[in-house]
Design a protein around this ligand. Structure first.
Ligand SMILES: [Zn+2]
Length: 449
């Protein structure tokens, strides 16, 4: 991205739009004026004007460390603050959301910026996307068409896993030539690994690592065919005899389209990451792409794969805290952090400790699905002890855990409803695209290996 020109064009355009619509856009000068008005109105020195009442109904101010920030008027004092961003800073805010979602589209970016900001419009997001060179380079892939009779729906987290290989031989890095993509069918949570060969032994070793962390699926399927999957399963059984797993049908036209699109999407995200970071090391890039993909909003399941898996959004240290960016960038020690958060609601800081609970809850899911995974539980349970430093008594730990489990259930319910709706759309579209054949018609039949 040629940063300066894109940023200039973007900001210039926003100022143009500001002339027509002043509701959501705030130039920097006005931003400080509003803060001053609210501060003096709150102090009650002068009689409040009509404008003061208007401003106070819409905005509030918050002292973060040593800077005053303009935030959206909160209904409850402890609510996580939503910041107003100035026209001049909008480009940076959107850029962070765009890059952290792996050059995500409007909706993914919107979900990301809404976590922290009150006034970033969809129009601004679309404008940004249209100015991103990397995004313009992506060519539109044709939609994969196929007859969708009964799309596969995964009710359970570990019921079905998909393992595919992306060919990277044309840009081999060190000895790595393939990307293994493992995806849990239900939560859409994915794990990417670099491979030197496409041999079953190597694939199995990586799957073993993943399965011993998250639990193993009952069915394993692959785009590379059932022969490949059976070899992988044989290798897996050799090292983990307790594991019983079956291979899925050779090719599922039902799920094929979505897998191909998903893997194409991963490749695009990777190419964009390499360009942004000016490197060829895709073995490092896939780690970031994996995180971007898992933490970004997924339209099919109506939440992020990460939250479907863990029941909360993925955190990036303090970057995802509710503190404003300029304050975060100046923090170094815990003392700095405490000083900065003194004026922010306490609830926003505490959340850092919650993810530790996740491991325990995922482990309990394993219990119900595969008995073999029970051995894994033992290793994961100690993670729960790290929670102890937040609440003091065991009953509090239990309480926060059951709240967390409830949250995971809610997210997965959402994911299931999302999948159902997506499946219905697939069936409908397939019926519209493909009409029933009649005697004497010519048909094209794809041949699967
Ligand atoms: Zn982009």
């Amino acid at each position: 991205m040629s940063v300066t020109s894109a940023e200039e064009m973007f900001t210039r355009e926003l100022f143009k739009r500001y002339e027509v619509n002043k509701k959501y856009l705030i130039p920097k000068t006005q931003y400080y004026d509003i803060i001053d008005s609210i501060k003096s109105a709150a102090a009650g020195a002068n009689k409040k004007s009509r404008n003061d009442y208007y401003l106070m109904s819409r905005y509030d101010v918050l002292l973060c460390g040593d800077v005053w920030k303009l935030i959206k008027k909160r209904n409850i004092p402890d609510e996580t603050p939503l910041y107003f961003v100035t026209i001049e800073d909008t480009f940076d805010v959107i850029k962070r959301a765009h890059v952290s979602t792996g050059h995500g589209g409007r909706d993914r970016m919107l979900k990301e910026v809404q976590k922290k900001y009150a006034n970033v419009t969809t129009a601004a997001l679309e404008l940004f996307k249209s100015l991103c060179e990397e995004c313009q380079k992506k060519r539109k892939r044709p939609m994969t068409k196929g007859v969708v009779v009964r799309p596969i729906l995964s009710k359970d987290l570990t019921s079905r896993g998909q393992v595919d290989l992306i060919d990277m031989q044309a840009m081999a890095h060190r000895n790595f030539k393939w990307i293994m993509v493992y995806q849990d069918h239900f939560t859409k949570f994915c794990v990417l690994r670099p491979l030197t060969t496409k041999r079953a032994t190597e694939v199995a070793m990586h799957l073993l690592d993943i399965f011993l962390l998250f639990g193993a699926p009952a069915i394993l399927q692959s785009d590379n065919g059932s022969e490949f999957t059976s070899h992988v399963i044989t290798e897996l059984k050799a090292v983990w005899p307790d594991l019983t797993i079956v291979h899925g049908k050779p090719r599922h036209p039902q799920s094929q389209g979505s897998v191909e699109r998903a893997n194409g999407d991963l490749k695009d995200m990777l190419i964009a990451w390499l360009a942004d970071n000016n490197t060829q090391d895709w073995t490092a890039g896939i780690k970031f792409v994996q995180f971007q993909k898992n933490s970004a909003y997924h339209s099919g399941i109506k939440c992020s794969p990460y939250s479907a898996m863990f029941g909360c959004e993925a955190r990036v240290g303090l970057t995802s805290s509710s503190l404003p960016q300029e304050v975060i960038s100046r923090l170094e020690s815990e003392t700095d952090l405490l000083a900065a958060t003194e004026n922010v609601s306490p609830e926003t800081v505490n959340t850092t400790t919650t993810p530790a609970v996740n491991h325990t809850t995922t482990a309990t899911v394993n219990h119900t699905t595969t008995p073999a995974a029970a051995t894994v539980n033992h290793t994961t349970t100690p993670a729960a002890t790290t929670v102890n430093h937040t609440p003091d008594s065991p009953s509090l730990v239990k309480e926060s855990m059951s709240a967390h489990i409830a949250q995971i259930k809610r997210k997965r319910g959402l994911a299931y409803a999302g999948q159902m709706a997506q499946a219905e759309r697939m069936v409908k579209r397939s019926r519209l695209d493909l009409k029933a054949g009649e005697g004497g018609d010519n048909v094209a039949v794809p041949i699967y290996r």
